[in-house]
Design a protein around this ligand. Structure first.
Ligand code: B3K
Ligand code: ZN
Length: 873
């Protein structure tokens, strides 16, 4: 058992205060020499061994203060290095190791991506570079010297500022970088390669000039402009919104092709998965542009929330991640449409986080144990973590939240800290108690908030009975009541806001009910007519809301609510109710479908709503959402069929309007990624998707035409994806064309792989097997693997969960194979199985069979950990 517990946290008896690294990078191998300045703590007893982490390192030499150590003075093995009796004073430990970046397919530590040497150290990659206290609470200043062949690696980058460079003879050159800010090792980075770049600069609020650079494969420079634009806007926003200025003279970003994650916030040297940097209109979609803007901002914002103030231990991961996701969400909301951003974030939360929280892999945002920390970079830590910060902001108000942030930086700048310290800053800055609020970080599971309403005409009172309940999750049988901030409003008969004379039963401030017990009855007095309540406006708490609201009330909200989120939500709820009832055997009535159609038609025709909002509203919940709502004994085929029929019934009557809107939205201006143009394209493409889904005459041809004539990737991809989902006769031709046109650009090939893998049709597994069997398919590239098999496991509910088990077996076999190459990618794909307990018994058995077969093979710790939790071991 490798389980690590939060309760066992102890500071290390030694500290590393400064690090001098010297890399000699050669094409056959890289030699890394480290000089660590080490200090014992005041209370460290004589004879306490110094235990450093290491992972697969081979020690060449070792010395303390220049004197080589005798063999009996230390022990080095595959997990690290122990110096038995180091001096009880400050000393310099020098080690030398030889690394093999060429064969490093795990992509942790130093590796080579398309010829470029680069690093990934978070969370535990630095120990694959040198022996170290590879834990986030050891902050040290780093100086890095790199020597490399000038022809293969003319560009040499590391954290901080360039302090020296020059010729090193024999075709070699060197560069020395120094980072004055003490940092944990996970923020270390170096890059060496033959790279192109674009440069720019930013003047900070206090007038300092920061040199900005984005490095990439030669020839892709023109695809980095959007990333640079996003970076500059992020820098300006963080000053405006949080008063946070950048602190070094240089900020560099490097795009690499092989990367386990989206990007990494190394101090002053962010390294990015190239799919989150490169964009041009004919190869990147609006979604790609959004993703780049968001992640560039996210990594930049980490400079304060993550780097200047970091985590004490990895249990505190959401201290930096939840907070930084909240910050990037706010950035996008300020730059684009707040309502649209909120709706899409909540959709993502429900699609990804809710199933995690309600399944076998559920864990608290701050876990208290783990076997493999890489498996905790989850949507719970990131997105639920952001929801918690958002609730804090809702409870404290914008000014109160800002006071808390300011105090947090005042107290903890330059420290490695905890969730407790974070909350204490907000509590102290606002004079409030957040003890109960903290439970959000400690408790797993999505609470269910049930609302019952009662209007008393005689007394003119309106009562909302609010009940919260959280189901048990693995390891947590009993759940506490949480603090739920419930934003709300009451609507009068004509749709306008309704006031009240008094309210009792819970803490209510203006438009906010704070529920902090399992149950409360909130009574409003002075209510002349039965109101319609709009609850959980803006999705003010990450819960499942259950109300007895009639279709009529929902559609009333859809028309009149001043909260755009709830207008969208109301339409989704109506569609959901019809779909769920039909799957369970109660067909919808014509009247209820007509009522929904009419409300959607009105939404589409609205003069006040914007296009992006309409595009989100004009839909019914996806197959997975319907499945989650049903929750037990799911038959994905049935859901697929019912949803298809519902789309048809609801949207066929609107065909003329859909087509007219489609035509009216055609654009003649060149592509631009701004919010308005993006919204226009998304509405137009939604119209196309709905025409296809409702089998309108000629829709397949229209889609094929749009595909062929598209002048940007957004429109081309939208036509291809909707045609594939609908299975039109033209799809095969379009897919073949796409492959020929774009097969040479790996990032566009990913789109082809993903759309292929998501097709809800028999034969897709055979097609994927053929793709994987092609010797030219790069099994070491995470983007390719995730686009194909990751998409299949996450986004193809009917074929992945086939009743004959072929989908499960395919993914399990893939995991076995890829685990040997890259355990992180394998473990991530395996999480697609988390839906298994919700399926019908045939499919459950099939999933269990595939998982059992996987369990019988030799597995990495990453995969073994997910598997054990998945099957409940
Ligand atoms: N902090 C990195 C995560 C790297 C995770 C590696 N398993 C990316 C981010 O959240 O900004
Ligand atoms: Zn992050």
């Amino acid at each position: 058992e490798h389980t690590i517990y939060l309760k066992d946290y102890t500071p290390s008896p030694y500290r590393i205060v400064s690090v001098d690294l010297d890399f000699r990078i050669l094409t056959e191998n890289t030699r890394a020499r480290a000089q660590l300045t080490v200090e014992p703590r005041d209370d460290t007893a004589p004879g306490t061994p110094l235990v450093l982490d290491g992972d697969g390192l081979v020690l060449g030499s070792i010395a303390i203060d220049g004197a080589p150590l005798v063999l009996s003075a230390y022990a080095a093995n595959d997990d690290g290095l122990t110096v038995f009796e180091p001096p009880l004073r400050r000393f310099v430990l020098e080690t030398e190791v030889t690394l093999q970046p060429e064969t490093n397919t795990k992509l942790m530590g130093l590796y080579r991506s398309s010829g470029t040497w680069c690093t990934q150290c978070e969370p535990e990659g630095f120990r694959r570079i040198t022996y170290y206290l590879d834990r986030p609470d050891n902050l040290a200043v780093f100086k890095v010297r790199m020597t490399a062949p000038l022809d293969v690696a003319p560009v040499l980058l590391a954290n901080g500022n360039l302090v020296d460079k020059g010729d090193a003879g024999d075709g070699m050159h060197y560069a020395v970088w120094e980072d004055p800010f003490p940092k944990p090792a996970y923020l270390f980075a170096l890059v060496a390669g033959d790279l192109g770049s674009i440069t720019d600069s930013f003047i900070t609020g206090s007038g300092r000039k920061v040199d900005l650079g984005i490095y990439c494969t030669h020839g892709k420079e023109d695809q980095c402009l959007w990333a640079m634009d996003s970076l500059k806007r992020s820098m300006a926003w963080d000053e405006r919104r949080f008063g946070l200025e950048y602190d070094l003279d240089v900020f560099n970003i490097v795009a690499v092709s092989d990367f386990n994650f989206g990007a990494m916030e190394n101090k002053g040297l962010n390294i990015f998965n190239d799919k989150l940097v490169f964009a041009k209109p004919d190869t990147a979609t609006d979604g790609d542009y959004d993703g780049i803007e968001r992640v560039i901002a996210h990594e930049y914002f980490h400079n304060w929330t993550g780097n200047r103030v970091t985590c004490r231990d990895w249990f505190q991961l959401c201290l930096k991640e939840g907070l930084t996701v909240y910050r990037d969400q706010e950035f996008t909301s300020d730059e684009r449409s707040r309502a649209v951003k909120r709706i899409s974030d909540v959709a993502t939360l429900r699609r990804a986080q809710f199933p995690e929280d309600g399944g076998p892999l559920a864990h608290p945002p701050r876990p208290d144990q783990f076997r493999e920390i890489n498996n905790f970079y989850t949507t719970t830590v990131y997105e639920k973590g952001a929801e918690i910060v958002r609730m804090l902001a809702t409870l404290l108000g914008e000014a109160g939240f800002r006071k808390g942030m300011d105090l947090y930086f005042e107290r903890h700048d330059g420290e490695a800290t905890t969730i407790e310290a974070f909350l204490a800053a907000f509590a102290d800055a606002n004079g409030v108690n957040l003890d109960q609020f903290k439970t959000w970080y400690l408790q797993a599971g999505t609470p269910k908030l049930t609302v019952n309403e009662h209007y008393d005409a005689d007394r003119q009172t309106y009562t909302l009975k609010l009940t919260q309940e959280t189901q048990p999750t693995p390891g947590q049988p009993n759940k506490q009541a949480l603090v739920l901030p419930i934003k709300f409003g009451l609507l009068g008969p004509n749709g306008s806001p309704m006031g009240w004379s008094e309210v009792s039963g819970a803490e209510v401030r203006d438009d906010l009910i704070v529920l902090n017990s399992a149950m409360a009855e909130v009574t409003f007095t002075g209510i002349a007519n039965r109101p319609v309540a709009s609850l959980l406006r803006g999705f003010s708490a990450p819960v499942v809301l259950e109300s007895q609201s009639s279709q009529q009330d929902q559609l009333f909200l859809a028309r009149h609510d001043s909260d755009p989120f709830n207008r969208w939500q109301a339409l989704q709820d109506v569609g959901m109710a019809l779909a769920v009832a039909a799957v369970k055997g109660t067909p919808w009535s014509d009247a209820s479908v007509t009522a929904l159609s009419e409300a959607l038609a009105e939404t589409l025709g609205s003069e006040t709503l914007d296009d992006a909002f309409k595009a989100l509203a004009l839909n019914i919940p996806d197959e997975q959402s319907i499945g989650r709502e049903i929750a037990t004994d799911i038959d994905p085929d049935k859901i697929h069929a019912v949803r298809g029929k519902l789309l048809h019934a609801v949207f066929e009557p609107l065909a003329m309007q859909l087509l007219a809107t489609y035509n009216a939205l055609a654009s003649t201006t060149p592509y631009a990624p701004d919010a308005l143009s993006t919204g226009r394209r998304s509405l137009r493409n939604r119209m196309l998707g709905l025409l296809l889904a409702s089998e309108a005459a000629g829709a397949d041809m229209l889609a094929a035409q749009q595909y062929g004539n598209a002048t940007n990737m957004t429109d081309r991809m939208a036509a291809l994806a909707s045609s594939t989902y609908a299975g039109t006769p033209q799809v095969a031709g379009m897919l073949a064309d796409f492959r020929t046109r774009f097969g040479g650009d790996p990032l566009v090939l990913d789109k082809w792989l993903a759309v292929t893998a998501a097709a809800p049709r028999d034969g897709v597994i055979e097609d994927m097997k053929a793709i994987l069997a092609d010797p030219s398919f790069p099994k070491t590239n995470p983007n390719r693997l995730r686009s194909l098999v990751g998409t299949f496991a996450m986004n193809n509910p009917t074929q992945f969960a086939r009743a004959d088990g072929a989908g499960f077996r395919f993914v399990a076999e893939f995991v076995t194979e890829v685990d040997k190459i890259n355990p992180q990618v394998a473990a991530r794909v395996l999480t697609g199985f988390r839906i298994w307990p919700m399926l019908d018994s045939t499919r459950r058995d099939a999933a269990k069979g595939a998982l059992a077969a996987l369990q019988a093979t030799a597995l990495s710790r990453n995969v073994a950990d997910i598997l054990t939790r998945m099957v409940g071991g």
